[in-house]
Design a protein around this ligand. Sequence first.
Ligand code: FUB
Length: 367
Amino acid sequence: MSNQSKTGKLLLTLLVPVCILNACTSTGKKPGNADSSKKEETSKVKYLSEPLISSIYTADPSAHVFAGKIYIYPSHDIDAGIPENDNGDHFAMKDYHILSMDSIGGKVTDHGVGFDIKDIPWAGRQLWAPDAAYKNGTYYLYFPVKDKKDVFRIGVATSSHPEGPFKAEPEPIAGSYSIDPAVFTDTDGKTYMYFGGIWGGQLQRWITGKYDATGSKTDSKQEDAPAINCKVVLLNPDMKNFDGKVKDVVIVDSVGKPLLTKDHNRRFFEGSWMHKYDGKYYFTYSTGDTHFLCYATGSSPLGPFTYKGIFMTPVQGWTTHHSIVEIKGKWYIFYHDTELSGKTHLRNIKVTELHHNADGSIKLINP
Ligand code: FUB
């Protein structure tokens, strides 16, 4: 059985009871090109939140508050007609629409195309999950895209407006690779980038420090070896370069042992995020083929982090990707599922409140 069929089976096992227990109608609308045959299949599922926008498909939402307003930097999913595979070739995105809201629950504005793959001089294909940051009057957009040799790199683009248009630097960030940049500015003003994703995100091809296209298509050949780690690096004050060495984000279990490759329910897969709460650093991420969002905490943005648990059970769809942001004293998680299309690669973003318990744990969310 392929990895995909195995995980499809797991997902069905997890979702079917939810569908039976929660028989109720969804009110989400579909973008124009959605497959109507899928509507019946998904219409009995009860969802925690509504899609934030239904005129286009969106995923991987990175949310930030800039100048008192909520800005969301999502992937823009399209149907490129590419068959689904473990490499994620069917995620063939080409541009970003930046969205904004004055408040949670308020109107969502689509600012249109703020960045286009055709304006990246070095890009090949697949413009995946972005993130953004602000410093000294400039907005920075960080984006992963495959270069002309089909290797994922991370680029940076700038604008004087949060919604763009963004202009790409002529080359990818030197020393960057893989996908899913997540940029975190600490209270001391230092900015870090977390990045990486295995399988289609190619992180397993960088185990030796050099790109190896023959590297395992999945995690690693050694199931008992420590899992492949997410990466973290300090950003140069110019926000356009790495400052120093890329380091491993090590996640350990309750007795201090690094998580292993075979630990698919807990090991890092992709879609990392960092937030600081009550002086503690929360590293959050997707477990990919087991579809959980997990968290691990530490006392430094560089880790190590101790695995704490799952904080979101699987969404509808294969991928799960999130961001966590504080807005007016409350914490929110932006995430995606496939409510509108029922298709893995045509996703829609959502938001719901996230609660930290008094003991520092995160309350489990069932999407
Ligand atoms: O959107 C393409 C990829 O799917 C992202 O980079 C991953 O995090 C997953 O959500």
